[in-house]
Design a protein around this ligand. Structure first.
Ligand code: NA7
Length: 888
């Protein structure tokens, strides 16, 4: 309990909490149990937060209530039973009231009180809050539990004040019932609030006119009792269910789909879709169809098309159906809605849809709404126009002034900057629950709220025990977190839509994906890691000069690379080299069998070509476009020991699709059976044969390009030198992806990345030993960096930050450039040696592969700006362009 007013007249507390919704109530409970005094400040006259204000007809949660509940007290879980699959607003409000009573939380809350300013005092190291009623508050820690969708957007339509009829806002609905019987009503907006309320308003009103700017995707909720299978799953093992939710991607215990859309037939995809449709569950439709639905434009279009069919099937008037059909954003990139009878409502004679894309609103008049082509007279207007989301409740409600008097609105002038979505550099002892930069609105809010409340309370307790009284994020940590967020946002499709997730719904608001898109479970792991690594990225201070600052960035890897490496680490595999050559080959074959299959190309043909010592296998990938196509001779990776002409299949398919060029992947012979220089000579022989037989292969005669990854990059570099010195064939260009170029192991990347990134230094030693005796290692046919570099074909050299081979790749690129060879470098930040080969696992590699495809097309003299497939999901929209490709 907070102390009574002190001498200054201020009420003193350890912690002040703004908001008495789900977040604020749980926080007050935890703080009290931890022995910290707390005061809650709530502008509403009771608990409830979002659920206190949003009382519009039809308001319900759209995450199943079995998941939309507190999980921190097993007794509470037993004491409350929800009556429906998706509870109504009144029932959720009753639940929050029940919780407030059960834990006696109201006594710590000042209701009907808004904070008018919050100022950090460096002298006392406390926050001073001025409030609309009661004494000011002096607190050590200030926590914004103020919600993500709690600052309604002001009506930004001209003439609003002239309207003489009734005006309602869904986000500030009156407490007494509103009766629309016999009235002409307008609803502006078609987001969740509108889609929930429109069917009910239409039942009452004499006439309802809906003003729609952007049609949204909506699925039927199929509300009713909680589905039996879900109840059974929960009841069978409540703690396991909850734990699974905490480590899931969206905060709901559903493992992600693993099949890719191109592995399923049309009938199989439709069957999955219809099952999800019948489930009436947003998370199911968003995550359970196929693995690429949320990360790839093509995979997403397949779902979106099926959803669009459903609109046409219900809405009878074709023009209205078309106007209601979303076409300008991928499914899930804008918050989709759950509805009950929404589309059917447009078949009622008393409902009209006005398509604002065709006839924008000009103004509101005394009697109604005027568009470009008509005036609609109404008795009431319902603004369902949404919120200044994520940041509004922090920047727009009251000034928050941190160190040096700087306001948070100034600090966020170009968009929210946070560390972990929990704290802000320059604002000591300020916390946000589900702030921007945390999973928040892209998750089941209950899971995210509880995680934040627990994390903050545990930190405050730990600080008390260690004698610290202030905590503040460092600039380095915060900048790193911004970069990580931008990296994450390249994985999903959220950046491709104009939504409140990106700030696009509020005129003049800076744009960028605000919620963390890397998933709830990974995010939880990162927050835990911050603690395990000694509060990495935070400066802690206390009385008598106590100070601790363990500065740094918590995630430097690309988010998907981090997941892959964590997964590999959890498997605790023995080093690859300990299997022996054959054992390692078997392991790799097994590993490759579990990876996602490559995407379809026009044609795949296996064949053999004559090598120096007998036939060598090859695999030809032809694009689906009419040929002949320019040819790329491709050399696979595997340290001269592992792999074959099929082992880089997904990468060859991907580059074939992106370039519209034919790829011939060569099966050169391997060590230790065939040591140096067999691989180099085989590769050169294959190159000569392919160049000489281009037409037979369906290729365009003339210069070919070469490409290769890892040891294959070595082959590509080496064959370019051999072709120059041995009279051909003519090579148009070389794409070297993480190539081996030199036999020394003393460059910094060999030291920095010796272990932990799959390709280890010791594995490279082993490869070298099997392939090449020390006496031969300086031969340019294995160490091309030691060869003559002038006169080589144009090159693109790709290197990855966390790769032992990074520096020798860079050295080769620089050395070639110094000799006058045109060289393009891609230094891929946050990537590891296998990033670009793991095509549909390391999604953040897309930008890099787009760049590689452009280089190959340039080598072949093809137009570069033309992107052959829609998979280039980085090229859709300039937003977040700074993060594109995650390259330097
Ligand atoms: P939303 O989802 O932000 O929806 C607001 C709607 O209002 C949306 O259709 C907007 O169109 C429309 N809008 C906003 N401003 C205007 C103006 N000036 N003129 C015409 N139309 C406008 O808010 P909700 O309250 O429905 O839902 C918020 C979240 O609560 C929801 O996502 C769930 O998470 C629960 P736009 O799409 O911007 O073109």
């Amino acid at each position: 309990m907070a102390n009574a007013a002190g001498a200054s007249g201020a009420q003193h507390a350890d912690v002040a909490v703004v908001g008495a919704g789900f977040a604020g109530l749980y926080l007050l409970h935890r703080l009290r149990k931890a022995g910290l005094s707390a005061i809650g400040l709530e502008s509403g006259n009771d608990v409830g937060g979002t659920w206190y204000w949003n009382r519009y007809p039809g308001a319900r949660c759209d995450i199943q209530t079995s998941d939309y509940s507190y999980t921190w007290d097993p007794e509470l879980e037993k004491a409350w039973t929800w009556s429906e699959k998706y509870a109504t607003q009144p029932e959720i409000l009753r639940y929050l009231g029940f919780v407030a009573d059960r834990y006696d939380l109201r006594r710590d809350i000042r209701f009907g009180t808004t904070v008018s300013a919050a100022t950090w005092d460096d002298g006392t190291q406390r926050w001073l809050l001025t409030t609309s009623s009661g004494a000011p508050v002096s607190c050590r820690y200030y926590v914004m539990a103020s919600g993500c969708l709690s600052a309604p957007k002001p009506p930004e339509i001209e003439g609003f004040k002239d309207f003489k009829g009734e005006v309602y806002f869904t986000g500030r609905w009156p407490h007494e019932p509103v009766d629309f019987t016999g009235k002409r009503v307008a609803v502006i907006g078609t987001g969740s609030s509108a889609i929930q309320s429109i069917p009910l308003i239409a039942q009452q009103a004499a006439h309802l006119t809906v003003f729609q700017r952007t049609p949204n995707f909506a699925l039927p909720a199929h509300n009713g009792p909680s589905p039996a299978d879900r109840v059974e799953m929960l009841q069978k093992d409540v703690p396991a269910f909850r734990e699974q939710a905490r480590w899931s991607m969206a905060g709901v215990p559903l493992p992600p789909a693993t099949d890719f859309s191109w592995q399923l037939s049309d009938a199989e995809r439709r069957e999955r879709f219809e099952k999800a449709w019948a489930a009436g569950d947003l998370v199911v439709m968003l995550t359970q169809l196929w693995a690429d639905q949320a990360v790839d434009v093509d995979g997403n279009t397949l779902v979106a098309d099926l959803l669009r069919e459903k609109v046409r099937a219900v809405v009878k008037d074709p023009e209205t159906a078309e106007a209601l059909t979303p076409r300008d954003h991928p499914f899930g990139s804008k918050r989709p809605c759950l509805d009950t009878g929404y589309y059917a409502t447009y078949n009622r004679p008393n409902v009209t849809l006005v398509n604002l894309r065709r006839e924008p609103i000009k103004s509101i008049t005394a009697s109604g709404i005027r568009t470009d082509s008509r005036t609609v007279d109404v008795d009431a207007i319902v603004f369902a126009t949404g919120f200044d989301a994520m940041t509004g409740a922090i920047t727009a409600v009251h000034p928050i002034s941190g160190r040096g008097g700087k306001s948070i609105a100034e600090a966020w002038e170009h968009g929210p900057q946070t560390y972990l979505g929990l704290t802000v550099a320059g604002f000591p002892n300020l916390f946000m629950i589900t702030g921007p930069g945390s999973p928040s609105v892209l998750s089941n809010m209950m899971v995210s709220i509880e995680q934040h409340v627990d994390w903050i309370t545990d930190r405050l307790v730990a600080m008390r025990e260690a004698g610290f009284t202030t905590i503040e994020a460092t600039d380095t940590a915060q900048d790193g977190w911004q970069r990580h967020n931008a990296d994450c946002s390249m994985i999903t499709l959220h950046r491709l839509a104009n939504t409140w997730y990106t700030g696009a719904n509020v005129p003049g608001k800076p744009q960028g994906v605000m919620p963390y898109t890397g998933g709830v479970g990974p995010y939880r792991g990162i927050c835990n890691e911050v603690v395990e690594r000694g509060m990495l990225g935070f400066r802690l201070t206390g009385p008598n000069g106590a100070e601790q600052c363990n500065d740094g960035e918590i995630v430097r890897l690309q988010p998907d690379v981090r997941l892959v490496l964590n997964l590999l680490a959890s498997m605790n595999l023995p080093p690859l080299e300990s299997f022996g050559a054959q054992g390692a080959r078997d392991f790799l074959a097994q590993f490759n069998a579990t990876r996602p299959a490559g995407r379809p190309v026009g044609e795949v043909v296996d064949g053999t070509l004559p090598g120096t010592d007998g036939p060598l296998p090859y695999r030809l990938y032809r694009p689906s476009t009419p040929g002949p196509h320019p040819i790329v001779v491709y050399f696979h990776g595997g340290g001269w020991v592992l792999g074959d002409e099929q082992s880089d299949d997904p990468l060859c398919r991907d580059l074939c699709r992106r370039t519209g060029m034919a790829f011939v992947s060569v099966g050169y012979r391997h060590a230790p059976e065939h040591r140096f220089p067999t691989a180099a000579e085989d590769s050169y022989a294959a190159l000569c044969w392919i160049a000489g037989h281009a037409a037979e292969l369906g290729g365009r005669p003339g210069p070919v390009s070469v490409a290769g990854w890892s040891a294959g990059g070595n082959m590509a570099a080496v064959t370019c030198q051999m072709a120059r010195d041995r009279g051909g064939p003519q090579i148009a260009g070389q794409l070297l992806i993480c190539p081996v170029t030199d036999c020394t192991f003393d460059r910094p990347s060999y030291v920095d990345n010796a272990t932990g990134y799959f390709l280890t230094r010791s594995l490279m030693y082993w490869f070298w030993d099997l392939y090449c005796s020390p006496a031969d290692r300086t031969d340019p046919r294995v160490s091309p960096l030691r060869g003559k570099l002038a006169g080589l074909p144009p090159a693109m050299v790709v290197t990855c930050e966390f790769d032992p081979l990074r520096d020798e790749g860079v050295a080769y690129a620089e050395a070639m450039a110094a000799e006058g060879v045109p060289v393009e470098q891609l230094k891929a930040r946050g990537h590891f040696h296998s990033s670009f080969a793991m095509v549909d696992v390391v999604i953040t590699g897309v930008g890099g592969r787009v760049q590689m495809a452009r280089a190959l097309r340039r080598f072949a003299g093809l137009p570069v700006e033309e992107t052959p497939t829609r998979q280039d999901n980085t090229a859709q929209r300039p937003i977040q362009a700074a993060a594109a490709g995650a390259a330097d």
